[in-house]
Ligand binder design. Sequence first.
Ligand code: C2E
Ligand code: MG
Ligand code: MG
Length: 761
Amino acid sequence: MLADLPRLLRSLPLRRGVPLLFWLAGTVALAGGATLYLHGQDRAAVQRAYTEAEAAAETLEQLVFRVFETVESLHDLMQSRHSLQEAGNLAGAEAVAQHLVRVAGNGRFAVQQVSIIGADGRMSWSSGGSSGIWLGDRPYFHAHSQLGFAGLYLSPPLVSRSTGRLGITATRPLRNADGSFAGVAVVLLDPLALSQLLQEQGPQPGLVYRLRRLPDGALLAVSHDRDEALASPPNPAHPAVIAAATTHQGRLRFVPPTLRTQVLAAFRAPRDIPLVAFAAIDEVAALADYRHRQALVILGLVIASLVGLLAAVMFTVNRALRERLADEAVRDPLTGLFNRRHLTEVMRPAVNATARDGGLVGLLLLDLDRFKEVNDSLGLPVGDATLCAVAQRLRTTLRDSDTLVRLNADVFAVMTPGMREAGDASALAARLLAALVLPLQVQGHAISLSASIGIALAPLDGGSPEQLIRNAEIALYRAKAEARGQHRFFEPAMDAAMQQRRAMELGLRDALAKQELELHYQPLFDLRQWRVTGFEALLRWRRPGIGLVSPADFIPLAEETGLITPIGAWVLRQACLDAAGWPAGVKVAVNLSPVQFRDGGAVPVVQAALELSGLRPERLELEITEGVLLQDSEETLQQLRALRALGARVALDDFGSGYSSLNYLLRFPFDKVKIDRSFVGDLGSGAGGEGTVIVRAIIGMCRNLNIATTAEGVETQDQLLRLTQEGANEAQGYLFSRPRPAAEVPAMLEEPTRKLVRAAA
Ligand code: C2E
Ligand code: MG
Ligand code: MG
């Protein structure tokens, strides 16, 4: 079944691909929808990240403002101290200095120390107590003193000469009352404390704050890794630095030198403070949620697509299987031809069409003659192969519009629409029969077959497929019975005969049980002793409503239907029982049908009848016809020998009427030959008296073979005289008596002799 799958799929016509197309379209639509959805989600996630970063950058800017407010106020205080000193108010200057020391000492906002550098470049005062240190070479000093830079100057992190620690200087120039350069006010900020402050802003996980100096981009503080601030070189090309040069705030997306992945950032560059503050969020972190969702969506999409694909494949396969099953339901597995069901299906519309449009539909039933012999002699496999070969040959004889069907065993049917007249059907039948004439080569055997054909035509012979098939069967039956190798058209009279036959068959089935069968007896007259020495038992059927039916009318039917087996057994039993009551020495002759010899059936039945009746076997004579010898003769001869061994006598009935092979007389030692009544009727007739010649020949031959002779159908004194002259042993016929019921046997024992004596007198 599974191995069949690829072949099955390949055999699918294009339209079977429709479910797969649906699947493809569905998958594309889903993928499109998912892409749109994810794109929206992506944008929203980025947007959220920026918004977060912006909020953080704003917080950071607030912090910067607060720090530099303090720095500014410290610068102002240092300017005040200088001004007081310049004006000679030393106490005031000292008070301010004390205040400065307190403020610097409490370390708020990362302030490490404040100091004043004189115009000569030496530190003149410091909250840390140190002074006199040379700082005239510092860039900020140079900027304020030489370049006259009056604004806030921020240094990159550097090692303070007074504290020996890392610091950032925020400086401004001091002015004398006349506005001339008086030195530099220095606020030393601790970058580590500054970083600490950033960290304390409680950044979101994934968010990083940084402060960079403008315009060289040196790192001033960073929220997450404070050592980095010391290690990183200035970076004037940093996107935040470049952006801050043109705008106060904004968004950024870049790959930072320290990281390999992109970050999303927002920046603020507060006015008048030479730094840019920014908050960056790692894009991977920012989009983690989104990526997670994306993975789920893709997974869902893949699963949905796989499920869809599976469903489409299952649907397609299922449909293909269903179609194949449906096809198998209308096909004969052996030959691959259509079967009866298909025939009725296609015939119905064809028959209906003839009623509408005119024309004829022909139905030809073809039955192989003696196909059973092929099966029996060559075996079933050869028989099967022969049927396939026949199917093949018939197919090639037909047109495409004809339907060829195997109806059963060896019966084929051809339905051919669009015929104009009955002659078309006979021509087709002749073609089919001719096609079978050439021997078939089957597994090394050359098999010659003939066939019989029955034909029914719609609408003449029936308006429904069922009726047409039935009528074609009737015609076929007639063809087989009458003339094998020929075709017959259905005729209504055949149907009547068929129905009669069927009624008879039904009646015969019950005849035994209803005791409608009886035996009549006809005397056998011995020509030497001139008296009756035996009787032939002849079967009669007293059929209700019809009367006495002759065996000639129902025995063939009983043989065909197999009913002869129980009936024949009953005849034997009854005849033996009757004879057992007759005077000793009076024989009884019983007819045996060929069918009774099949499967070795004759011997046990005879034996049983003898045992039951107690009749001495030599009083029983068994009459067989040549038909018995025709079938499988060795088997039959053995049975005949067994019957003789029982002690019964065996007679060959109706000798000369059938195939009459004299050969039979040599092959089996018959006790008696019964000369057929047709020869007896011809006795003395014809110019040369041919009847007499034949009878004389038979009697002579039998005498030589030591076989007794009985002449059948003796009706006249003349016939009797001639038979006596020719030397026949026995005579039987109406001249002595017609067959009469068993009760009249005693009378029939005496009557014939008396009658003949009277006639002679
Ligand atoms: P059969 O065995 O040859 O029987 C002789 C037939 O010839 C009988 O016909 C008989 O009535 C008929 N007959 C006898 N004398 C004359 C005569 O002078 N003139 C004419 N025209 N006919 C005469 P029946 O009884 O109709 O039987 C016909 C055949 O049916 C028998 O032919 C026999 O073959 C068969 N038959 C009868 N009874 C049985 C039976 O119990 N079993 C079997 N298997 N066959 C039977
Ligand atoms: Mg007979
Ligand atoms: Mg006979």
